[in-house]
Design a protein around this ligand. Structure first.
Ligand code: ADP
Length: 669
């Protein structure tokens, strides 16, 4: 076995490879771009080398720099992870020529599977069933159209050199064929520098079932069973599981045998994946082979108990496979989902920026989190916006689905929009739970999976209010402890007034709606009355706010818990039913998490001023709207903290403001 490996990758997969290397006593070398100087994989590796600026082309895809780092560090082997250089046959060959061990298949096998069209021909020759279609070299549009008619519509146009779903077009009607072909070619030639396309029969609601294969240099090749990756959005995997729901053992055996036959046909060595489409007739067809470790390999590890990266190391070092097919067995059920920084409410637009708050469920025999980021890290525009892979295991599929939902509920991200709730909506869907899945699942159930964001439930609003009250009480106690007269009634935050009932009004912005809550202070509790809630719905509430934001509450006699994460005036409340974001608009009272100094009104978060509603010298009443700020796609109204006059206006409409910027100077009466 080699003693030092360079990992030509970043993020979660680099961290995951480091984990196994460390367990096996192999020293690790990371490479990183300028954007990743502070990244987790750099911190975790034994040594790390800067290989270039942020754009991947100049760093993670820069073979010379990667090889130079290998040489300088004295690494004996290179693990490419997935993506980047992992399926680059020229790079694999360059590694071998430089005297390094390439932790991947022979460059020739990569090359032969690198083009979908050529790969299909190889598989046809090897007797592997392929999706009916055309992958010929005559690329004249009329020839292609004729081929499409022979195949029968709908057809799928796919670039020869494909990946990431780029350039794929479904054509349902011959009249649209030429337009779709032209569009596909444009994308293919700009994305891959090769505008050749192949045609396939577009299968109706197939499942994507792939087989993990492993081969060594001694003629052994085994199937490590299947993964079902049917839950896809725009032909990209979102949730993967093993085993495939309701796959009969005979089909599993046949798929495994055909996958091994396919791998043998190209003298494969190492970890590889044969992707099949499984039709509802039970027939399956080769789609493509990925000549590397897959993103979704953890589900296979969870159901086989193996470490695939360890196997990769062993095979690359020339050793035999550690197990034969007879030794291998499936145990239980595993599901993985990909947590992305993306906004489902906005066409899944990738998000970049800071992960202000990030916490994952604790790892256990049932939960595995593969991530390459920490709280406070940036999701960069330069790379894939995946935050983590969350994988769960249990004895059977229903139990695994429950684990998945629980793990998602315990996954908390504040600062960037994520697909966490979308993933949970899939896991919660009756069709998913029944195992009724295929590649059209997300499109078919779109309405159920992307519900319009609703208002906070009464329970959530009550919890948020209680969180605000307890937080205020804590602050006042802390301030009083520091003040000259800690027992002064002025130091109480219980709504105590000289001549008034002890009550208060708190307001939140919930999406575009303002929601008001009346609070009555009791000796040892609060009475919380949601003014827009059920009439007469006052609830007695009490609880404890822990330092980590956990709220242990008792509301109308029921014990509940939630977690509150503050960001300026914005609070994200994570509760057993999901999460909800609210903005505290109550600037009449002291703002939580953000000091509003008397007479100075500051921006609760970075944003843009959209309206100034007053002028210098305007006299205002307490609570009067003064300025509107747009931030986080929401409007925030800055209101007068008391009656007074506007002394200064620091910003005008259209101005960008920083978090905490002083917006208005105000002279209280
Ligand atoms: P890429 O390599 O770009 O990801 P693939 O060839 O792996 O593209 O296909 C991605 C997904 O597209 C598949 O998992 C499947 O959902 C869908 N797909 C591909 N070929 C077909 C087909 N012939 N019929 C129906 N769906 C297909």
């Amino acid at each position: 076995m080699f003693s030092k490996v360079l990992i030509a990758n970043r993020g979660e997969i680099a961290c995951r490879i480091i984990r196994t290397a460390r367990r096996l006593g192999i020293r690790t070398v990371a490479v990183y771009s300028e954007a990743d100087a502070g990244a987790l994989h750099v911190e975790q590796a034994d040594e790390a080398y800067l290989i270039g600026p942020a754009p991947a082309r100049q760093s993670y895809l820069n073979s010379e720099q990667v090889l130079a780092a290998a040489q300088r560090s004295g690494a004996e082997a290179i693990h490419p992870g997935y993506g980047f250089l992992s399926e680059n046959a020229v790079f694999a060959l360059a590694c071998l020529r430089a005297g390094l061990i390439w932790i991947g298949p022979p460059p020739e096998a990569i090359r032969r599977m690198g083009s979908k069209g050529d790969a299909k021909q190889v598989m046809v020759d090897a007797g592997v069933p392929v999706v009916p279609g055309y992958h010929g070299l005559d690329q004249h549009p009329e020839v292609l159209l004729q081929a499409a008619r022979t195949i029968g519509f709908p057809v799928l146009i796919k670039p020869f050199a494909a990946g990431g779903g780029k350039g794929m077009r479904v054509v349902r009607d011959p009249g649209q064929f030429h337009d779709a072909l032209a569009a596909s070619r444009r994308e293919a030639s700009s994305g891959f520098g090769d505008d050749r396309v192949l045609l396939e029969k577009y299968l109706n609601r197939p499942r994507h079932v792939e087989i993990q294969v492993f081969a060594d240099r001694h003629g052994q090749c085994v199937s490590l069973f299947e993964r079902d990756c049917s839950i896809q959005r725009r032909h990209q995997k979102v949730i993967e599981e093993a085993p495939a729901p309701d796959l009969d053992p005979a089909t599993r055996r046949r798929m495994g045998a055909v996958a091994v036959q396919a791998a043998r046909a190209i003298d494969y060595v190492g970890a590889g994946t044969i992707e099949f489409l499984l039709a509802d007739t039970g027939e399956f067809y080769f789609m493509e082979m990925n000549t590397r470790l897959q993103v979704e390999h953890p589900v296979t590890e969870l159901v086989t108990g193996l470490d695939l990266v360890e196997w990769q190391f062993l095979v690359a070092a020339g050793g035999p496979l550690p197990a034969t097919e007879d030794d291998l067995a499936l145990r239980g059920h595993a599901i993985e989902c990909r947590l992305y920084a993306e906004d489902p409410a906005n066409e899944f637009l990738p998000q970049s920026g800071r992960l202000d708050h990030l916490s994952f469920p604790a790892s256990s025999n049932h939960v595995r989190v593969d991530s390459g980021v920490r709280p406070g890290d940036q999701i960069s525009i330069h790379y894939d916006p995946m935050i983590a892979k969350i994988a769960v295991w249990d004895n059977d599929r229903p139990a695994a689905v429950r684990r998945l939902r629980q793990a998602l509920n315990e996954t908390r991200v504040v600062g960037l929009a994520t697909n966490a709730q979308f993933l949970d909506a899939i896991a919660a869907h009756p069709a998913f739970q029944a195992g009724d899945i295929n590649t059209q699942f997300i499109d078919r159930h779109r309405g159920d999976l992307l519900p319009e964001p609703g208002l906070a439930s009464d329970e959530v609003l009550t919890l948020a209010t209680l969180g605000v009250l307890l937080d205020r009480a804590q602050r006042t106690r802390a301030e009083a402890a520091l003040s000259a007269d800690p027992f002064s009634p002025w130091a109480l935050s219980d709504g105590w007034r000289l001549n008034d009932v002890a009550h208060d009004l708190i307001a939140f912005r919930d999406g575009a709606t303002e929601r008001q809550v009346r609070v009555i202070y009791r000796r040892a509790s609060y009475v919380i009355d949601l003014l827009d809630g059920t009439p007469g719905g006052e609830r007695d509430a009490w609880g404890e706010l822990l330092a980590d934001g956990t709220l242990e509450a008792e509301i109308a006699g029921v014990r509940l818990h939630a977690t509150l994460v503050w960001r300026g005036h914005e609070v994200t409340l994570f509760h057993p039913g999901g999460c909800h974001r609210l903005v505290l608009v109550d600037v009449l009272a002291e703002a939580v998490g953000h000091e509003v100094a008397a007479g100075h009104l500051t921006a609760p978060m970075p944003g843009k001023v959209t309206a100034v509603l007053v002028e210098i010298g305007t006299t205002v009443t307490a609570g009067q709207p003064l300025l509107v700020l747009e931030a986080m796609k929401m409007e925030h109204t800055i209101r007068a903290p008391a009656a007074g006059t506007i002394a200064e206006l620091r910003y005008g409409p259209g101005d960008q403001v920083e978090d905490g910027a002083e917006l208005i100077v105000f002279a209280a009466e």
